[in-house]
Design a protein around this ligand. Structure first.
Ligand SMILES: Cc1cc2nc3c(=O)[nH]c(=O)nc-3n(C[C@H](O)[C@H](O)[C@H](O)COP(=O)(O)OP(=O)(O)OC[C@H]3O[C@@H](n4cnc5c(N)ncnc54)[C@H](O)[C@@H]3O)c2cc1C
Length: 519
């Protein structure tokens, strides 16, 4: 039988892992990458961008960082070098078509009437079908010239949640960027895409306002503060203070022990848990509270957050369970003390001729440049790639968690998987395990449950993932149930979910990528 063709869209960390595993099972991977290089988000960053996840958590399971990288949080270019050596080591480069953008995908042989009648995924529960294929509409990303259409047996979407489509806030009538005549408005995406000289010339000697308080916003504010000092302070406009951590060792205790061990997961409710585990999570809840307080008191004291009005009103558990864990750049509050960064809080803002207006103030924040570090709309990218209105509807999840079984498979979209949309504390590690799970499924190692069971499971997970995250639940995130989630993938693949030797190690030692290197 002819080997099956698998289209992998995107050559970031998810696409690379998908390529490696499909190759290892004898499929023919064809990777489409709109950019000219591998690495996805890491190819276009600020000059100061570094990992926020410690490198031992952000690595492929069977491919350690080189000894020459000694930093706990390597810089973006070190991440790129690491990804490049991974791609070279596993012979992935020759399978990637660069500067090739997939405009849309169309399922041939899928009719809406047929889909309605299915009880099993794709009608049969099988990964492939002889009469159903995906047709890809492909263009040259530099010229938009159409390239040949490609027909494949399976599609793995690795198009990235935090790239390409900016999230632009809604503004009142006449209060959008067009009202701002005195300067320029950019999204962090555009700023990150500039070469470093152009970017630093752009902010030099300018009054810059940065909107947001996540990683890009904090890094941007630091870049502006370093470039301009107190003479032209950078205003950092945010809506909600978050627990932005100074480091990953609150009071000397590794954060991974507090939140990435089986013991830590005993303290919280998990989807599909037994009555005993449910009860344990209630009985042990004081320890859960204590762990959160360890982090909160550390972050508060270390920087004297109260002085800056930056003590969040919500608990750390809410932030970590929503993957809202931006690391604070070194010397951030020194820049605030120096007057190089001005912190401003407002629930909403709008543009006027000279800059930005915020609630409760009559004068604008005068600006030459406003940079919106307001996140991305990966959800729209995911939805828009389908030509079928039915599949677009399936992928509409504005206000909820992404409806994917095991965070990979939509029960009603056949012969297709999505990797990299539900976040984790280490997106690389999670993407790798998912790619392994998908390729084991393609290889026939296990079968999917019925559509009904998958939908029930998805609803269960949605309830659980939003339980602790409160208003931030839109950021589908597995951070506090990562081992529980990995256990399920392992069990499906026939692996022993216990990844460490001995009861104590299994219970208390943090789990990371290297624990999942072999079955
Ligand atoms: C500034 C920044 C810092 C981050 N730091 C961390 C961190 O420290 N730890 C962590 O765990 N996560 C971090 N992340 C999250 C990061 O998104 C993931 O770690 C990971 O790199 C995502 O990889 P990906 O392959 O899923 O997606 P991406 O890296 O977004 O790659 C998607 C790729 O798909 C391509 N593509 C998209 N659409 C198409 C199409 N239609 N046709 C062809 N190609 C297409 C894109 O060009 C891109 O190369 C960070 C994100 C950002 C933006």
């Amino acid at each position: 039988m002819e080997p099956k063709k698998v289209a992998i869209i995107g050559a970031g960390v998810s696409g690379l892992a998908a390529c490696k595993f499909t190759l290892s099972k004898g499929f023919i991977p064809i990777v489409f990458e709109a950019r000219g290089a591998i690495g996805g988000v890491w190819t276009e960053t600020l000059q100061t961008t570094a990992l926020q996840t410690p490198k031992e958590m952000y690595r492929f399971s069977d491919f350690p960082w080189p000894k020459t990288v000694t930093e706990e949080f390597p810089k973006y270019n070190q991440v790129l070098d690491y990804l490049k050596s991974y791609a070279d080591h596993f012979g992935l480069m020759k399978h990637i078509r660069f500067n090739t953008k997939v405009l849309s995908i169309d399922c041939e042989g899928c009719s809406d009437e047929e889909l309605d009648g299915w009880t099993l995924w794709g009608g049969s529960g099988e990964a492939f079908s002889e009469r159903r294929k995906w047709r890809l509409n492909v263009v040259d990303a530099r010229t938009n010239d159409p390239l040949e259409e490609i027909v494949v047996d399976f599609v793995i979407l690795c198009i990235g949640r935090f790239s390409d489509v900016p999230n632009i806030p809604e503004f009142p009538p006449n209060g959008g960027p067009e009202a701002f005549k005195a300067g320029k408005v950019l999204h962090s995406l555009q700023y990150s895409a500039m070469d470093f000289d152009t970017a630093s010339n752009l902010i030099k000697d300018k009054q810059v306002t940065v909107v947001g308080l996540q990683k890009s916003a904090l890094d941007l504010a630091m870049e502006c503060a370093n470039a301009n000092g107190p003479k032209n302070p950078c205003t950092l406009l945010y809506r909600t203070a978050h627990w932005n951590l100074p480091d990953h060792h609150p009071w000397g205790i590794p954060l991974t022990f507090l939140y990435m061990s089986r013991f830590a997961e005993l303290l919280i409710h998990k989807p599909g848990e037994s009555f005993l585990l449910y009860l344990l999570a209630i009985i042990l809840s004081p320890i859960r509270w204590l762990f959160a307080k360890i982090v909160e008191t550390y972050a508060t004291r270390k920087h004297g957050l109260a002085k800056y009005g930056m003590v969040p009103t919500h608990g750390f558990l809410q932030d970590i369970s929503s993957c809202l864990l931006a690391s604070l750049p070194e010397k951030f509050y020194e820049k605030v003390d120096q007057g190089s960064i001005i912190l401003k809080k407002s629930q909403s803002f709008w543009f006027c001729e000279d800059g930005i207006m915020i609630e409760g103030e009559t004068k604008p924040i005068r600006s030459d440049l406003v940079i919106l570090a307001t996140g991305f709309r990966g959800d729209q990218k995911l939805k828009q790639i389908f030509t079928s209105a039915t599949f677009r509807d399936c992928m509409t999840f504005d206000d909820s968690v992404i409806p994917l079984y095991r965070q990979c498979i939509h029960p009603r979209i056949p012969q297709l998987a999505v990797i990299g949309f539900t976040e984790s504390p280490s997106n690389l590690f999670t993407s790798e395990l998912r790619c392994r799970w998908v390729t084991e499924f393609l290889d026939g190692t296990f079968k999917l449950p019925s559509i009904k069971e998958m939908e029930k499971d998805i609803a269960n997970w949605e309830k659980s993932l939003t339980y602790y995250s409160g208003p931030f639940s839109k950021r589908a995130c597995l951070a506090i149930v990562h081992i529980w989630y990995s256990d399920l993938l392992c069990k499906d693949m026939g692996w022993n979910p216990k990844r460490k030797k001995g009861f104590i190690a299994n219970l208390f030692v943090p789990h990371g990528p290297s624990d999942y290197a072999t079955p």
